[in-house]
Design a protein around this ligand. Structure first.
Ligand code: BES
Ligand code: ZN
Ligand code: ZN
Length: 520
């Protein structure tokens, strides 16, 4: 899918389909002087719906120009926000695909979203088009049908000086992020046998280049480093575990952050085996790692190139399977993690925290980051607490947690805080080792217990843990998400890292405006 911005013109565009949003009120959508009579005629029919997401398709009788005019309702202008725009753009994309056109034009009018910065409007619309176009192509006998509506021309009308440049910069960012999320969804949707730790490592290696350096630690390296918590989880699997390291270290960076993602490519539970119903969904247990891969997809496409204050970003993905086997680790086994902490493995199904224990120990020791954030499909309990639309965040630094909540709002990839207090850390203590990987029966608070366990491996580093077990997959479809993996966490991390390097925020930028005048 290719998105480009083109200059508004008053002539009738040659594109086969021209789309626009239709907001409630008397004002007709403005598609430029050339199409005004056709739009007025469509409005007169009374069939032009302005309710949110409602679609109206017209076939104007023009000698030359578009064969179709497509309107997607926006509801009241005062209700519009970035998420609504994202959804409306996704509806435009899917409708355009249904009509079978190859290229379409989407006209966006500044007057329709007065309360929202033009940059944000551009970002949301580009994300909506990209995400709305996503479809997982499963491996089938027949090759997939060629994709439709793969070219979108965005035309921005109205606004004040600089708005169009801001819109275009937003479109560039939204396109990059949409591509990154779609890449992540593809990686995450793959079956467990098609996305092993080695496959994840190979995807990371694709990012190795001038911007990003990639290194993969093998099991023998992990043995040398004393990563017995990670190795213990991998023992029952024939697939070798990997510790994937991706490093973006731009010139002039004064701060370092680590993003750590659980990359458990299949979680059977191990000896504490899971029930077979829906066990197949445990191929999604690598979605924390998937989100970190997605961040680096965007980083290698220039996501952070324009930051005023460059930041070094390191991605760390512990990747393994969790399988039962004669040699698998057993409930009650004791392992010593890289940082020396001994762990009683009371339940082999609480394995995410074990592989993260060594990944976090390695990250804080090796990179001494200013901030460390981990993402993991860590607990089923987080779905009970927060459902599928918002992930849980907890950690040891209130300011960092506030920044992540704000980044989640900015990206509409939201997180909400759960407490993580000393009393929760106490619940991790074990009679047979320093800590146990689950708290005793009767405590409840499964998600907090996971976070509390992880806190033993970050030392004094400012750290936050994000439990994405609810948001990574399983939502009800909503235009820019159909089914399967959602790619949760990519947009959140991107907004957070950009906010670190852009003190005034993206909205305060002065954008240089220049676009090619292309044939329609
Ligand atoms: N990968 C699961 C968490 C999970 C479960 C994600 C269901 C999404 C849906 C994790 O490794 C796990 O098994 N956690 C256990 C922890 C328990 C043993 C303390 C859980 O949530 O049941
Ligand atoms: Zn598990
Ligand atoms: Zn798991």
């Amino acid at each position: 899918m290719k998105i480009r911005c083109t200059a508004p013109k008053d002539t009738v565009p040659k594109t086969e389909l021209v789309a626009s949003f239709a907001f409630s009120g008397s004002r007709a959508p403005d598609l430029g002087k050339g199409l005004k009579p056709a739009v007025d005629k469509a409005k007169k029919t009374g069939d032009l719906s302005q309710s949110f997401r409602k679609v109206s398709l017209f076939h104007p009788d023009l000698k030359a120009g578009p064969k179709r005019l497509l309107f997607v309702g926006g509801g009241k202008r005062s209700d519009v926000d970035a998420e609504r725009l994202r959804r409306m753009a996704a509806v435009v994309q899917q409708q355009a695909e249904d009509t079978g056109v190859g290229r379409f034009q989407l006209v966006v009018h500044a007057e329709d979203h007065k309360g929202i910065d033009a940059f944000r409007v551009g970002r949301a619309i580009a994300e909506g088009l990209m995400l709305g176009s996503y479809r997982y192509e499963p491996p089938r006998k027949e090759s997939p049908k060629p994709r439709k509506a793969t070219n979108a021309d965005l035309v921005y009308r109205g606004g004040e000086s600089g708005d169009r440049a801001a819109f275009e910069a937003g479109v560039a960012l939204g396109t990059k992020l949409g591509e990154a999320v779609n890449f992540t969804r593809d990686v995450e949707n793959k079956a467990g046998n098609l996305m092993t730790p080695t496959d994840m490592a190979n995807h990371a290696k694709d990012f190795h280049g001038s911007k990003v350096k990639v290194k993969v630690l093998e099991e023998k390296d992990m043995q040398r480093l004393g990563m017995n918590a990670l190795l213990g989880v991998s023992r029952g699997s024939v697939q070798p575990a990997k510790l994937i390291l991706m490093d973006y270290a731009p010139k002039g960076a004064t701060r370092t952050i680590c993003c750590v993602g659980k990359g458990l490519t299949f979680d059977s539970g191990g000896i504490s085996i899971k029930p077979s119903s829906r066990m197949d969904e445990m191929r999604y247990d690598m979605c924390g790692g998937g989100a970190v891969l997605g961040l680096f997809h965007a980083v290698s496409n220039g996501l952070l190139d324009d930051l005023e204050e460059p930041v070094r970003v390191v991605g760390v993905i512990p990747s393994s399977e969790n399988m039962p086997d004669a040699d698998a680790q057993k409930p009650g086994d004791i392992v010593r993690a890289m940082n020396g902490t001994t762990i009683e493995v009371l339940n082999t199904d609480a394995e995410g925290r074990l592989i993260l224990a060594d990944a976090l120990s390695y990250a804080v020791k090796t990179y001494e980051p200013d901030y460390c954030v981990d993402l993991a499909t860590l607990t089923g309990a987080v779905i009970v607490a927060l459902g599928h639309e918002v992930a849980a965040v907890m950690g040891n630094d209130d300011a960092l947690i506030d920044e992540l909540i704000a980044a989640g709002r900015d990206a509409d990839d939201q997180v909400w805080e759960l407490p993580l207090w000393d009393v929760h850390r106490e619940q991790c203590k074990s009679k047979f080792a320093d800590i146990a990987n689950i708290n005793g029966a009767g405590h409840g608070n499964g998600s907090i217990n996971g976070g509390a366990f992880l806190s033993y491996f970050v030392g004094d580093t400012s750290w936050a843990h994000i439990d994405i077990a609810g948001t990574a997959w399983g939502q009800k479809p909503k235009d820019h998400y159909r089914t399967g993996a959602s790619g949760a966490g990519v947009r959140l991390l991107a907004s957070w890292v950009r906010s670190l390097g852009t003190p005034g925020g993206d909205d305060d930028y002065e954008y240089e405006y220049e676009y090619e005048d292309v044939e329609e």
